[in-house]
Structures are given as structure tokens and as C-alpha cells.
Write a protein that binds this ligand. Structure first.
Ligand SMILES: [Zn+2]
Length: 74
């Protein structure tokens, strides 16, 4: 699966935007798979969400610098 232009590997994790209750899980309520309540994330992103640590995320882009369009110049 591709999310934000990057593949999610090695597996996809479903994160619920509004936390589920015990009753949701036991009763298999619509909240389990409500598309307005779930997002697909990588394991790394999921841990960043739950542990509140975005330093474990890979940067989405590399900051541009002079000469970066010429691949043989470093
Ligand atoms: Zn989650």
C-alpha cells in the first residue's frame, strides 16, 4: 500500500482516530471499520502516534540546497 507517496512496509496497521471501547471490540460495532475512524499507517508511524515521539519518523523530504539538481556533485 502507498500512503503519502511512500510504501507502507512490511505490514499495514489500522489506527483508530477515536479509540475503541471494550464494547466496540466485543460487540464488533461499526466503529471497528468505520472509514471515517481508521487510517492505514506503518508500524513506525503507529508507534510515533501512541508514544508521542515523532523523532522516530523518517523525514518526508530532504531540504533543497544549491547544486542538488546535479547528481555527480556532492
Ligand atoms: Zn493505534
Amino acid at each position: 500500500m502507498i500512503r503519502n507517496g511512500k510504501p507502507i512496509r512490511p505490514r499495514i496497521i489500522i489506527h483508530h482516530l477515536n479509540p475503541l471501547t471494550k464494547e466496540d471490540v466485543i460487540g464488533h460495532t461499526d466503529a471497528l471499520l468505520d472509514p471515517e475512524n481508521v487510517i492505514c499507517v506503518s508500524d513506525r508511524t503507529h508507534k510515533a502516534i501512541h508514544y508521542g515521539d515523532d523523532t522516530i519518523l523518517k523525514p518526508m523530504y530532504t531540504e533543497r540546497r544549491p547544486g542538488d539538481t546535479c547528481p555527480w556533485r556532492k
